[in-house]
Design a protein around this ligand. Structure first.
Ligand code: DUT
Ligand code: MG
Length: 149
């Protein structure tokens, strides 16, 4: 288990620091740090603060923000940026872009769990410019080149 520095930017979040719900969980739920409920109209996107900041510090790690399955599937509440990427050197507040891609209004309540954070390994690479590649089985084939099914 990695220990990552976390700042509580809003004192109300002190008792709600993200934690894995089960021993096998990959995601840590993020809560909406709101003074009052927000109504998201169909098609609307809004940026929601979490009241928390993390500093991952290790360039070999990053965090991604993903939708919660239930909110996304049942209510159409997903992310305006589809996936959020948190750089290891980011020290600002974790923000969640909430997009109501559904057909009905959705009310986000203060401190409701709105998305999930996953810590992932990252490999940083440099590019070595070449004029041609060593042959591979696939070559330049893509976009269905291996057949439909
Ligand atoms: O859902 C998100 C996505 C990003 N961030 C923060 C952390 C991330 O490290 C920073 C920059 O994100 P990104 O590089 O994806 O955005 P950008 O539009 O390229 O901004 P920048 O020019 O600051 O890199 O914003 C969030 O808080 N929530
Ligand atoms: Mg960027």
């Amino acid at each position: 288990m990695h220990a990552i520095d976390l700042q509580v930017l809003d004192a109300r979040m002190a008792e709600q620091i993200p934690a894995y719900a089960t021993p096998g969980s990959a995601g840590l739920d993020l809560r909406a740090c709101l003074d009052e409920a927000i109504t998201l109209a169909p098609g609307q996107t809004t940026l929601i603060p979490t009241g928390l900041a993390i500093h991952i510090a290790d360039p070999g790690l990053a965090a991604i923000i993903l939708p919660r399955s239930g909110l996304g599937h049942k209510h159409g509440i997903v992310l305006g940026n589809l996936v959020g990427l948190i750089d290891s050197d980011y020290q600002g507040q974790l923000m969640v872009s909430c997009w109501n891609r559904g057909q009905a209004e959705f009310v986000i309540q203060p401190f409701e769990r709105i998305a999930q954070l996953v810590i992932v390994p990252v490999v940083q690479a440099t590019f070595r410019r070449v004029d041609s590649f060593d042959a591979s089985d696939r070559g330049a084939g893509g976009f269905g080149s291996t057949g439909k099914a």
